[in-house]
Design a binder for this molecule. Structure first.
Ligand code: ATP
Ligand code: MG
Length: 585
């Protein structure tokens, strides 16, 4: 049994500086993490124990569907990434290095390339398929904005699994098995989630879904239809503008386009306020540069109250990635600083894409391509050079569901897991082939399935905490029971505490003993902060009276139990608690 007097548990009373979201604050306060540099943390014993519990659940559920655990190296040679094309497309997110012979290598941000190398080395016949491989291992990504503690780290631990099948029907089965394993895994961890349709992003492939935890602290945004259950990441969500949401085109004669001075009015809200129109009557123009051998400039125009959907933009451009143009590029393409740009009078050479919710015959306020100036009465069909209309904006709260016409809600969420149908993306580019029953060479059909291990614990804390601290769901709790010895100097108290802990441990429960020379108030506060499911309070007074107090952290429920019955009563409570998360095997 661990004793807190000699345990690494650096708790703090005050809210730590620089932490904004509950799980980050609480992990710092409960002495679970120590930051070494931006996005890089040590996992102190309390967190590591919780992650180990999560790993065991993940492992059991992966093995339940027949996935085999292996461990690939984090260090990987550049040529594999060059073969797949991702040496280029991963860009600055990839940690790259050179070895002593000046060969390029990478710290793997994910492992599709390495899996594909193994598949082409070892899988040769349809008789060997299907197979599913997984690992629980460190990943490295030089995230542009590491934050929220271990929720977005630059080094983190991922469970990543990969399926190999002979055809898409096989992939569908592997995918469904992983989907089910994910649902069981998160339920067993006590985490509520929603499954949403998602973008395949840099992974490539045909279909993907994300497992999302709804919380205002999330960095993702998802659209949900409460009416029919449709749910999707806004990157891919579809929605119709409600009829009341459209700016009516000006009736009769269209207004003349008129330049107006708008000194210092750069943002949509500034301009709309200054010219006394609603943001929906303005146009937001954004310049992007394509990431190709010969980069192109693309101007995307959405209504002022809408946001550009970069994922859609990439699709419209046939899969070509984009980045926002730098200030100098904006100046060069439009002759104006950002904040005052639009397609009005724009030189050829810049591709113009208009969101389809902009009315070509409507009159809007738009940039004048001249510093400190906008134009009123801009009519796209009349005043813009040639443009293409596409669906290019993010879905917004109140849009109509494309499936049932219901009103969509938009909420923040944390992505906990992501499952992809990769299809032939890696097997064809890297040559992972097998011989089918007719003796013909075929590419292996692949899937890829990830879960962030730190995110499991962080999401559990986001969902299970109160103003006193964490309330760990039992399956993830670093220990199940905290025994608080209020008078640790008293031999009888220490003896009773040790005996109780011993009998609980013998029954398979994890126990920690707070034997620190601290005031009772400090022990109570720390026990609530670290959030173990049960506390037993042992003091001289209680022992003298023959009863001890048991407290359930989750709801603060307390009971006094005769000393001789504490161990058996606790075991009953622990089993009841465990049953809340159990699933039939
Ligand atoms: P995000 O959109 O949050 O960056 P992603 O789409 O890049 O996630 P995947 O590549 O699908 O994530 O990785 C699989 C899982 O790994 C994610 O669902 C998430 O739980 C976890 N994960 C991804 N990036 C990080 C990170 N920087 N820190 C911690 N966990 C991460
Ligand atoms: Mg990412």
């Amino acid at each position: 049994m661990y004793r807190l007097a000699h345990y690494l548990l650096p708790t703090t009373k005050e809210d730590p500086a620089g932490a904004e979201i509950p799980s980050h604050k609480l992990m710092l306060r409960a002495g679970m993490i120590r930051q070494l540099m931006a996005g890089v943390h040590s996992h102190l014993p309390l967190l590591w124990r919780a992650i180990r519990k999560a790993q065991e659940i993940v492992r059991e559920e992966q093995e339940r569907i027949g996935a085999q655990e292996l461990l690939m190296a984090a260090l990987s040679p550049a040529d594999l990434w060059q073969e797949s094309g991702r040496w280029a497309t991963f860009g600055d997110d990839m940690f790259r290095l050179k070895d002593r012979k000046q060969s390029d290598a990478a710290l793997a941000p994910t492992h599709e390339e390495i899996i594909t190398e193994h598949a082409r080395a070892f899988i040769h016949s349809y008789r060997q398929l299907p197979q599913m491989w997984f690992q629980i291992q460190g990943k490295f990504r030089d995230e542009p904005r590491p934050r929220s503690g271990v929720l977005r780290g630059r080094q983190f631990i991922m469970k990543d699994a990969y399926s190999l099948d002979v055809d898409t029907a096989g992939l569908d089965v592997s995918y469904a098995n992983q989907r089910e394993a994910y649902q069981r895994t998160f339920r067993r961890c006590g985490i509520e989630f929603v499954i949403v349709g998602a973008s395949s992003g840099l992974m490539g492939g045909s279909g993907s879904e994300e497992f999302m935890v709804l919380t205002p602290s999330g960095e993702d945004t998802i659209a949900v239809c409460p009416n029919c259950g449709y749910a999707a990441n806004v990157e891919v969500a579809a929605g119709h503008l409600p009829p009341t949401g459209q700016t009516p085109p000006s009736a009769g004669a269209l207004p003349a386009m008129t330049p107006v001075e708008t000194p210092g009015q750069k943002s949509i809200d500034d301009v709309a306020g200054f010219l006394k129109v609603s943001p929906s009557q303005t146009l937001k123009s954004m310049l992007y540069v394509t990431q190709e051998a010969t980069p192109r400039a693309v101007m995307v125009v959405v209504r002022g109250d809408h946001e550009v959907n970069v994922d859609r933009l990439t699709k419209v451009l046939g899969g070509v990635g984009v980045r926002p143009a730098h200030d100098a590029e904006v100046q060069q393409a439009t002759g104006s600083p950002a904040g005052f740009i639009s397609p009005v009078g724009l030189a050829t050479g810049v591709m113009i894409l208009l969101d389809q919710d902009i009315l070509p015959e409507g009159a809007y306020v738009a940039g004048a391509n001249r510093a400190e100036h906008h134009c009123t009465g801009v009519v796209p069909a009349r005043d813009f050079p040639a443009f293409t209309r596409e669906h290019l904006r993010l879905v917004a709260e109140g849009d109509l569901c494309v499936t049932c016409g219901g009103s969509l809600t938009v909420s923040r969420a944390i992505e906990l897991g992501h499952i992809f149908k990769l299809g032939l993306r890696y097997s064809t580019t890297m040559g992972a082939m097998f011989l089918d029953a007719e003796g013909k060479q075929q590419p292996i059909v692949m899937g890829s399935y990830g879960i962030g291990m730190e995110r499991i614990v962080a999401c559990a804390i986001e969902q299970h905490h109160d103003d006193k601290g964490i309330c760990f769901p039992l399956p993830l709790a670093p220990f199940h029971v905290a025994i608080l010895a209020l008078d640790p100097g008293d031999e009888a108290v220490l003896e009773a505490a040790t005996a109780l802990g011993g009998s609980l441990e013998a029954a398979g429960w994890d126990v920690v003993l707070d034997d620190r020379e601290e005031r009772p108030g400090v022990k109570f506060a720390d026990a609530d902060l670290i959030g173990l499911p049960f506390q037993v309070i042992i003091g001289r007074k209680g022992l003298g009276a023959g009863t001890l107090e048991i407290k359930r952290r989750r709801d603060g429920e307390r009971e006094n139990v005769p000393v001789a019955e504490v161990s058996s009563r606790l075991q009953t409570l622990l089993q009841e608690e465990a049953a809340r998360y159990a699933l039939p095997s």
